[in-house]
Write a protein that binds this ligand. Structure first.
Ligand SMILES: Cc1ncc(COP(=O)(O)O)c(C=O)c1O
Length: 370
């Protein structure tokens, strides 16, 4: 039974669906960087690349891990595909329940995207779904660890194709105590404004394979060279990198806060939580990039209740945005993604939520589901 809308709802401030979490130390890092007078790509970018490698290695030896900071997650994916030699004549598997950035990167690399359905459990493609989509010219899979719920990348190695781990949403999530991004051939990250950590816009390519990383770096550092070939400007600025370093230091606390918020929502939902949540495997430790509810036919009603309580929620991938729809492929081949796209609602879980806001969200959840 949903509580009637109280009169004060109109006075309540809207809770945003997602928001960056910028601290005084972040601001100081950016202004210190700008005050050096070096604004373009420089030493801070190198520092950020090294910091991400250290973070990914859990403080262990990072000598066999290298990173290249770039202008966005999309450019990171494009560059990763190029470095892997994916281009004209190559097919690339992509989850259809994903953002169109995946299509853009594959197309700009000159390859052909092959959308794959995803599981209604964790919203990632299963091994069998990928296997069944293989063509004679499939050379790579982009694995997104959707909404920060990680899958066991090791399983997909048996497909016998290159694996790009797209960690744009899943930085800091781990599977079997190992951070996502370390098992595939190459990993990419996004630091867009509302991602787990931000540089405004930005991205990173990471790999154990130094040869791949050297190729990405070579493509990005287009200027001042004697072996000209057409490349592009994919660079990040030093002040963006300064923000990235500062945010990365705070990432463990962001994940802790997101998990605490998520746990409170799970408690507020109560016994229904198993059926309502995006569930990963037992060994999966999500980073709670999103907290999504599987609402089925209750979606519109629940959305209205959140709206009335001035809590912004979104359907992250709308039905008309499914990648197979963009390609004009029959929806019957993607039944699970079709279902998820019309039945899933994402509610605010970001770490900058204050206690009052979390209590408001908890209240609506328990009114709706308890
Ligand atoms: C899974 C995934 N891949 C790639 C991207 C592209 O990243 P960016 O927006 O930084 O280009 C995004 C971000 O929207 C994403 O969520």
């Amino acid at each position: 039974m949903v509580r009637p809308l109280s009169k004060n709802n109109n006075c309540k401030k809207v809770i945003r669906h997602n928001s960056p979490y910028i601290s005084k130390s972040d601001l100081k890092a950016v202004s210190d960087s700008i005050n050096t007078g070096w604004l373009a790509q420089g030493s801070k970018v190198i520092e950020f690349e090294e910091a991400l490698c250290r973070y990914m290695s859990d403080g262990q030896n990072t000598s066999n891990l290298s990173g290249v900071a770039v202008s966005s997650g999309t450019s990171a994916l494009f560059l990763a595909l190029k470095a892997l030699g994916i281009g004209k004549g190559s097919d690339v598997l992509v989850p259809t329940y994903a953002c169109s950035a995946l299509l853009n990167a594959v197309y700009w690399a000159g390859a052909t995207p092959i959308p794959v359905d995803v599981s209604t459990g964790d919203f990632n493609p299963t091994f069998d779904m990928c296997f069944n989509a293989l063509t004679p010219t499939t050379e790579a899979l982009v694995l997104t660890h959707t909404y920060g719920v990680p899958v066991d990348t090791r399983i997909y190695k048996d497909l016998g194709i290159k694996i790009v781990e797209d960690c744009c949403q899943s930085i800091g999530a781990s599977f079997d105590d190992r951070k996502v991004g370390l098992v595939g051939d190459i990993a990419i990250f996004s630091f867009y404004a509302t991602k787990m950590i931000t540089t405004g816009q930005g991205g990173m390519v990471l790999s154990h394979d130094k040869n791949l990383i050297d190729q990405v770096r070579d493509y990005r550092d287009y200027d001042g060279r004697d072996n000209y070939y057409p490349s592009f400007n994919f660079q990040m600025t030093d002040f963006q990198a300064a923000l990235g370093i500062s945010q990365l230091e705070r990432l463990p606390s962001f994940i802790t806060q997101r998990s605490k918020n998520a746990q409170r929502y799970i408690d507020a939902i109560g016994k229904d939580s198993e059926t309502l949540l995006q569930l990963g495997a037992e060994d999966a430790s999500p980073n709670w990039y999103r907290f999504v509810l599987k609402l089925g036919s209750r979606l519109e009603d629940c959305k209205m209740v959140f709206d009335q309580n001035r809590i912004s929620c979104i359907q992250p991938v709308h039905n008309n945005e499914l990648l197979h729809k963009h390609l004009g492929l029959p929806q019957a081949h993607f039944p699970c993604s079709e279902e998820i796209s019309v039945s899933v609602l994402s509610i605010p879980v970001f770490p900058a939520l204050n206690e009052t806001q979390i209590c408001r969200i908890e209240q609506v959840l328990s009114d709706l589901f308890l």
